[in-house]
Design a protein around this ligand. Sequence first.
Ligand SMILES: C[S@@+](CC[C@H](N)C(=O)[O-])C[C@H]1O[C@@H](n2cnc3c(N)ncnc32)[C@H](O)[C@@H]1O
Length: 393
Amino acid sequence: MIYCKIIIYNYFPCVYIILAFLNCRAGAKRCHGPAADCHREDVADSPLKEGGAVEPEDYYSKVLKRSSDLKTNACVTPAQPIPAFIRQALKKVHPDVSDRYYGCGLVVPECLEGCRILDLGSGSGRDCYMLSQLVGEKGHVTGIDMTEDQLEVARKHVDYHMKEFGFKKPNVNFVQGLIEGLTEAGLEKNSFDIIISNCVVNLSPDKKRVLAEAYSVLKDGGELYFSDVYSSGRLTEEIKNHKVLWGECLGGALWWKDLLQLADEVGFSPPRLVTSKIITIENKELQAVLGDFKFVSATYRLFKVPKGNTKTCQVIYNGNITGVEESFLFDCHYTFKANKAVEVDGELATILTSTRFKEDFTCQPPGGPSAPCGVKPQVSVTTKFQDVEMSFV
Ligand SMILES: C[S@@+](CC[C@H](N)C(=O)[O-])C[C@H]1O[C@@H](n2cnc3c(N)ncnc32)[C@H](O)[C@@H]1O
């Protein structure tokens, strides 16, 4: 279940949460130079500072001490059950790191061994340390975040985790910077196989720039797999500027159709929905401001692959991907059973044959010689994209 328990006015710490989110937002908006300099400029300019409120850096350090301090709707629980191998990986994460987890979804794409992953807005590093185990010693995970205190917690526990995982040398590192300025923060273009993010993109006022930067540091065939909050339409200025709604991850939510548009403009393949959940608003005052707008938390996958292939194809999954050997839920439309032929459109055929999944799928023309058992696409039992659309009607 995902929730936004919009009842925060009564909670003193939550005021800080909201103000800090606002500062995050302001910082991203004004920064076009080196991340560190930008950050200082942002602090100096901050109207919140003038108002005697918290500094941006204080939000995830001095204000929040652990996840349980998030008494607000900032938290969104995963839409799908957590598989056993991921639960095992999470158990090995140091409690100091887990205690400061402020994410809102499960961002674990499949087929990770040996991959180079980037986590946008990595916080104290819980997802980085979970993924560090799944990519293995030959893979690597980088976390980027604007909040130094969060990064400090993450960095402090590198040695602990490497020992715990039995790795000879660290396969994680943490960088301070803005998600709107990945290359400015020193991340190399075309250098990551996968980018993940857990409820952070909604905090950015320049989502196109975030997507463009992500596209630029992904390798060809790379994937952006991220969880975030989306709205049923373009939000009004009143909602966007509403401090509580922004802090509650609603005011910054992108209209889901705009994600499709932005992804296309930046060069990504059309976003493919993995899972989604309706967010319920439990506060009459805020509901009145939101009017008829509805919200979902959703996980999308976007690929950096060549465009224009429209030929349908039959694909067969070989069952070799760790954790999804029998059945691979690729998105809300397609679940691939091992050794069963499935007809897919040209766009998906391109993805399966030009990304890290290419070793795990064979592709042949529809009705090909070895395809007597061709079946129609499997529609998963989890929420379908149409459900999201209908929920917006
Ligand atoms: C809700 S927390 C999520 C943290 C982390 N993903 C987790 O799961 O614990 C948002 C994080 O994004 C960071 N953040 C927000 N806006 C950012 C930006 N524009 N650039 C870099 N980091 C940002 C904050 O510092 C914070 O650590």
